[in-house]
Design a protein around this ligand. Sequence first.
Ligand code: GRF
Length: 219
Amino acid sequence: MMRLGVLISGRGSNLQALIEACAEPGFPAEIALVVSNRGEAPGLARATAAKLARTVIPLGDRREFAAAADAALRGAGVDLVCLAGFMRILDVDFVEAWRDRMVNIHPSLLPAFRGLHAQRQALAAGVRFAGCTVHFVRSEIDTGPIIAQGVVPVRPDDDEDTLSARILAVEHRLYPLAVRLIAEGRVRVVGNRTVVEGWQPADFACLGPSPDFLVTTPL
Ligand code: GRF
């Protein structure tokens, strides 16, 4: 079993998706620790409800936060750190220490629309498709080898809320999928890309009612 450490700052709906995936029989990962930098993060209640170990590290200083988080994650025997709506910029040394063992989910088809308000950026750019990306973390924000992406259409009447909700539904399926691939040992980092073992063209799959979204990774 791969042991996950999930870092949150807020709502925690992606944490919830991981909790539910880990509860499925045969899922190759378990959540060893939930870390929040905010004591009032609603996601903490989800950790409590699932009887998970949780800790709050509210430190404002980037290096102090990194040192405390690193100690907590190592103490819990974490193999893979999952950033799930974690809203702090991480210390460069922390990112290096967890290189290829830390992933993030971002609500755009990277490398487009890095940073805050990715869905708003997508609408402003007039793109016809949007989506989300799970990637290994590098020190430059929202960069790093892409593991999996999910795609949704942008509709003419979309606003930030409707587009965000459509993307979020895909996030909740994509994050567990990416974690499973990693936990199964199928993801290899090659330069700034990843190679997924056993990928077949037929693995491009339409999920959801109608071709509501595509997940461009093996299922
Ligand atoms: C998600 O849209 C995620 O892609 C982004 O922050 C949001 C977190 O939502 N990084 P939640 O806290 O998981 O509900």
